[in-house]
Design a protein around this ligand. Structure first.
Ligand code: G6P
Length: 475
């Protein structure tokens, strides 16, 4: 197969921008949703290379193009493939299965067939774009078959894979009818990265049990002499970039304006999430509603601003969630609002980064309560924006970020009473206590930023396999 010119290639289901068609037929580009794009954009900006991904619209064949200094290589998806590969296998089978089955996963053979077909297309595109001996970094659960497919086409490449979401325990993963194919797909990589050490251990154990390869700690030994390393690399954000944005006069002014338009409450609580059933939106809104209705918080004193970014809107579970949250917000506001004082401000919309930074600056308490989350970058963004050492973070112990952000008020989102008391504790903590916690979290986030994450992963990837040596790390 002919080779390309890029010596560094990232493959993700999405490009960093979505192609949007306005009602008048004109098209424009908008930043894609989600943490993967937030994290990887600065990495690509600094490292150069090509980004292969889908551009968010159906049935369009676009040529590679430059956008904001990034070289983007679009992969087309048909309407049926969006339904079966993206909404189906990726987001109605793998997504719920990998998130502790908080919604029931669905298993359909046609969805699997589409997943295989689309993964092959991504692998073929990467094989065309990558230069001899290039580094190719495959991202996330939508593309778990790409490493092996790509290795078959281009054995010269160094292939890394990173999973942005949790990797489930064997007991859950085993439900998947195609469990062995997924494990074998990932084993095409030289380095398989996870958010948490437990996820890497789950993977290695499954490979040993289900595929029968020899393993030792984080190393897997393949029969052909190749080795695969499975390790944790907790992802981060462009922390300095967020702080810089939060320090701009425009963002500071906008933060003041937000508080004023909310009626200058004593306490502003904030949630920012994709509208997803893994995020624990119901639980946190219920907890806040009860704090008002049982008199622990006064409606004149506290407001909760919840931003829910639209996501995967044609998938049934997301439609159900959208209706549920609309009803819940309506009920809380209907029960406890007074004229001019609405306790929950609910915004079903996506906002630019500067508006997010203003919201983070404005909020006294950030509430991040997923039922399960690979990392959760919103929690880190909030911390990066609080250069004033003020504010408090209420954080679910089921988010990957909980193992790093020890200064957070940690909660079990299933325990509504526990969450209520922790929210109160965060609201009522002394400025000194809040500053102590925030300082500790800021140290962690500012020191472990996205550049460090990427360079740690890429350094290990280039040292783990010298493409000219067969087995650099003997048993
Ligand atoms: C999570 C996933 C990403 C995904 C993002 C947005 O962060 O790990 O792979 O891109 O959600 O979801 P979407 O389905 O809109 O791409």
């Amino acid at each position: 197969m002919a080779t390309g010119t890029a010596d560094f290639v990232v493959i993700a289901n999405r490009l960093p921008v979505d192609r949007i068609t306005a009602p008048d037929g004109s098209t424009m580009w908008r930043t894609s949703p989600g943490g993967l794009v937030t994290a990887l954009e600065p990495v690509m900006r600094r490292n150069g290379g090509a980004w292969i991904g889908w551009h968010g619209a159906a049935d369009e064949n676009l040529k590679p193009f430059e956008h904001n200094g990034l070289h983007l290589v679009p992969v087309p998806l048909s309407d049926d493939e969006i339904a079966e590969y993206y909404e189906g296998f990726s987001n109605s089978t793998l997504w719920p299965l990998y998130h502790d089955v908080v919604a029931p996963p669905e298993f359909h053979r046609e969805w699997w067939d589409a997943y295989v077909r689309v993964n092959r297309r991504f692998a073929e595109q990467a094989a065309k774009v990558a230069k001899p001996d290039a580094v190719v970094w495959v991202q996330d659960y939508q593309l778990q078959l790409v490493p092996t497919m790509l290795r078959e086409l281009r054995p010269d490449l160094r292939i890394g894979f990173f999973l942005h979401i949790p990797f489930p325990p064997a007991e859950l993963f085993q439900q998947l009818p195609w469990r062995r194919q997924i494990l074998e797909g990932l084993l095409g990589a030289d380095l398989v990265g996870f958010q948490m050490p437990g996820a890497a251990q789950n993977f290695v154990r499954l490979v040993r049990q289900r595929v029968g390869h020899k393993t030792h700690r984080d190393m897997i030994y393949l029969p052909d002499g190749r080795t695969v390393l499975a390790q944790a690399y907790p992802i981060s954000i462009d922390a300095a970039g967020f702080e810089e944005l939060a320090r701009t006069p425009e963002v500071i002014a906008r933060a003041a304006e937000i508080r004023e338009s909310l009626g200058s409450p004593k306490t502003m609580l904030l949630g920012i999430d994709r509208l997803d059933y893994t995020k624990g939106l119901r639980q946190r809104l219920r907890a806040f509603g009860e704090l008002i209705s049982d008199g622990s918080l006064h409606v004149d004193d506290a407001v909760f601003v919840q931003v829910a970014t639209p996501s995967r809107e044609r998938v049934d579970q997301y439609k159900i969630l959208r209706d549920d949250i609309n009803r819940l917000v309506g009920r809380i506001n209907g029960d406890v609002a007074r004229i001019g004082q609405q306790p929950v401000t609910y915004l079903h919309a996506s906002y630019p980064r500067s508006e997010m930074a203003a919201l983070y600056r404005a909020a006294d308490v950030m509430v991040v309560t997923p039922l399960r989350d690979g990392m959760n970058l919103v929690a880190k963004e909030y911390v990066a924006c609080r250069y004033d050492d003020r504010g408090a973070l209420v954080l679910s112990e089921f988010a990957g970020a909980a193992s790093e952000l020890k200064g957070a008020y940690q909660v079990n989102p299933h325990d509504i009473n526990g969450m209520k008391s922790m929210m109160l504790e965060a609201i009522n903590a002394s400025p000194r206590e809040k500053a102590r916690r925030m300082k500790a979290m800021r140290k962690q986030v500012m020191e472990n930023d996205i550049d460090l994450w990427a360079s740690n992963f890429l350094r290990e990837l280039t040292s783990v396999r010298d493409p000219h040596a067969k087995n650099p790390r003997p048993v």
